[in-house]
Design a binder for this molecule. Structure first.
Ligand code: GYE
Length: 324
């Protein structure tokens, strides 16, 4: 895999849980009506993730919620450790963005037994027992993949002959990688000219996207389109395409998902052709849901984020005012 994973393994063993403004008392929440949230974040793999972390931390502060935050460095075992630690600390609510979809039932049952409600943030789990969490707030990733595919179907209308697509997937087994892949594949079925000739994970990182694209370029003489599951991977692919002496956005078209600042800048500069927005600004809604859940109020079981799409022209118009 990537060299980075060695560093991640080393760093994972030093995983720390930081308390932001909390009392840190072993008595946890007892005797206080302040809401304490344990938040187990995926990592810091992308511009999206950085913006999401900032949103969660700022919204907790504004909402007066005592936030305990941990970074799992894209490792499920670290997230499970963090969740167990939050259970031990008797936080009032646990929120987390599951790095992959499977393998959560045991730890979620432990939280349920301890009567600590869980909110899924950004990514889903595949547990069939829906009572293991209270709600799931985040995007519709299948829809995002579909929007990316619909754009390509329309853009390729006048193309003669096969349109060769390479796909740079997100983290293997993660909800956004599974769902974006599916949504895109479904949409491009509308035109038999559109063919995915290679598909591999870039782990949602810029370096991963670059490495995967380098290999794709080496092995495939004719690549017309890159579909990257996030902006960072697309930005890495741009580096590889330029290093190979080709022009991103022209010789090879690029479609990505997220619409973070760096992605939108590349879209405005013509290096990316289309971006499907995925909003990381989940903090305010998450804190609202957390307060309700802790107060025993009912909440919708699914809260879907509102999102749009951007062409190059649209990106130029909004770039200056993008908040992240
Ligand atoms: O698209 C990607 C990040 O789960 C929606 O994770 C999120 C994805 C996002 O690393 O940039």
């Amino acid at each position: 895999m990537f060299k980075k994973s060695l560093i991640a393994v080393a760093a994972a063993s030093m995983l720390t849980l930081t308390a932001c403004g909390g009392t840190g008392s072993a008595a946890g929440n007892a005797g206080s009506d302040k809401v304490t949230m344990g938040f187990a974040q995926v990592g810091a793999e992308s511009g999206w993730r950085t913006a999401n972390t900032k949103s969660v931390q700022e919204s907790a502060k504004t909402a007066g919620i005592d936030l305990k935050f941990s970074d799992a460095q894209q490792k499920q075992e670290n997230q499970i450790k963090a969740i167990r630690s939050y259970i031990q600390q008797k936080v009032s609510v646990i929120a987390f963005s599951p790095v992959v979809e499977s393998g959560w039932d045991t730890v979620l049952k432990e939280a349920k037994t301890a009567k600590i409600p869980v909110i899924l943030t950004d990514r889903a789990v595949d547990s069939s027992d829906k009572s293991l969490y209270k709600t799931f707030i985040g995007s519709d990733f299948v829809e995002e993949g579909k929007k990316a595919g619909d754009w390509l179907v329309n853009d390729s209308k006048s193309a003669s002959g096969a349109v060769n697509i390479v796909e740079i997937q997100g983290t293997t087994g993660s909800a956004p990688a599974n769902d974006r892949k599916k949504g895109f594949a479904d949409a491009i079925q509308a035109d038999p000219k559109l063919k995915i000739i290679a598909s591999q994970s870039g782990d949602f990182t810029r370096s991963g996207g670059k490495q995967v694209m380098e290999a794709f370029l080496k092995n495939n003489p004719k690549i017309d389109v890159v579909f990257a599951h996030n902006d960072d991977e697309g930005l890495g692919a741009i580096e590889a395409i330029e290093a190979a002496g080709k022009v991103p956005g022209k010789d090879i078209k690029i479609i990505t998902i997220d619409a973070v600042k760096d992605g939108m800048t590349a879209l405005s500069n013509g290096k990316i052709n289309y971006i499907v927005e995925c909003s990381p600004m989940l903090g305010d809604q998450l804190m609202d849901l957390a307060k309700k859940v802790v107060a025993g109020e009912s909440v919708p079981e699914r809260v879907v984020t509102k999102e749009t799409t951007f062409t190059q022209e649209q990106a130029k118009q909004v770039l200056a005012s993008r908040p992240y």
